[in-house]
Ligand binder design. Sequence first.
Ligand code: NOJ
Length: 513
Amino acid sequence: MSDNPKWLNNAVFYEIYPQSFMDTDCDGVGNINGITEKLDYIKDLGCNAIWLNPCFESPFGDAGYDVSDYCRVAARYGTNDDLINLFNEAHRRDMHVILDLVPGHTSWEHPWFKESMKAERNQFTDRYVWTDSIWEEPTGYGSLRGISDRDGSCAVNFFTHQPALNYGFYKPTRPWQQSVDSQGAIATREAMKDVMKFWLSRGCDGFRVDMAGSLVKNDEDSKGTITLWQNMTDFVRKEFPEAVLVSEWGEPDKSLQGGFHMDFLLHFGPSHYNDLFRCENPYFDGKGTAADFVEKYIDSYEKSERKGLICIPTGNHDMDRLARHIHGDNKKLAFAFLLTMPGAPYIYYGDEIGMNYVEGLTSVEGGYGRTGSRSPMQWDNSINAGFSAAPSEKLYIPIDPSEDRPTVQSQLNDKNSLRSEVKKLISIRQAHKALQSKGEIEFITKGEEGKPLSYIRKTEGEQILISVNPTDKPCEFKIDSRVKEVIYSLGDGAVIKEGSIVIRECSAVFAIL
Ligand code: NOJ
């Protein structure tokens, strides 16, 4: 999509898991007004956009990814007016807010699903993917069976309580499989457009779209899903040209064709993202290799017409905290990389202070192993780390119990802290267009084992070399252009020679060419 909303060009996102960010009504769960209260903190860090995880009515069997009313803020987070106030307060600060759209499934408590379980035909009979006999299950999907008067099994998308909405089958092979242009599939698509319209017309700036690549069934090459998204993104582009759509898809060559502005590199799928941050020997912890990641990145970049809108998050609510695998100052090197790549960067709340994965927690709201990455934000050393004035046993998830847990307060005025480094890196990104979302990228060294990762970011009239070396050995590599000015150096930095650069161990350097 070439006509990007302009604000995306220099957007730096901050992902907020609303349960755990700031609780202003003392019930132990974060809320929307808590986020509004902390907007200045986020802005001070340098982030100018927010991705808010689902905050809608839900039985919370999957932390809100099981929606029971798409158009109502869950009471525990506040009201629709609180959310609209958040949009307004963000806009007043030149910031944007995108919501989380979950179009693939609802909660089994959604009124649509309750209607669709009925034996008599009604408006919602075809809203979900049902077989026509309880004795047949939808091949390839989990299913709900024996819970309705309706004779049939209903496909589920993720957990058992998340029935799959019906967008049709690309190649129907059974009588109950509806085509992508059947009335039922089209009605679902239009209903989802209504949801988007509801929030976009109230000031929301776009959506992160959950499991965007999985809507049409039996769609091996994603052709049906791409066409479906072309229809939905066309609608948004026409009616809300400033709105942004970011897909959780993980295959940018497909999602950008579907009309998404950006796609995420994910911890699953073919991206090799995990090689960098979350595996036995992550590259940024100084041991492994980034070479497969670079190869795959270049492949996606070329296939998506060098649009450069592939987002690499620091982490998210589904994966281990960055700090679980990347130790000490290597986290700063990871951020030096993340904040100089094309596409909008996404910082998961608390990663800017190096919050830890909290080990050994019992699952909360379908979090399971993800629960340790969802603990409350650590603001200061007061009770409950400043997150909530509720009794500690009422907190949504316990606070990280470690004595040396990082806090915002302890890092704010320490110029050597991770937070200060992140703030500095964002301000460098904001000062140089070449480093922002759409600047081109060309790799110079590919981060093979023991080697740095180096690349040039380019835009008209500006070229910036970035070299990040998380390994414990210095490394010399050739460059064709002359270095004009070093604009950032971390660790021992680099020695600049005629035609080459020696990047020191555990160091990073950015230089204008
Ligand atoms: C991806 C979301 O990020 C995750 O948290 C959720 O559980 C699944 N999709 C299902 O919606």
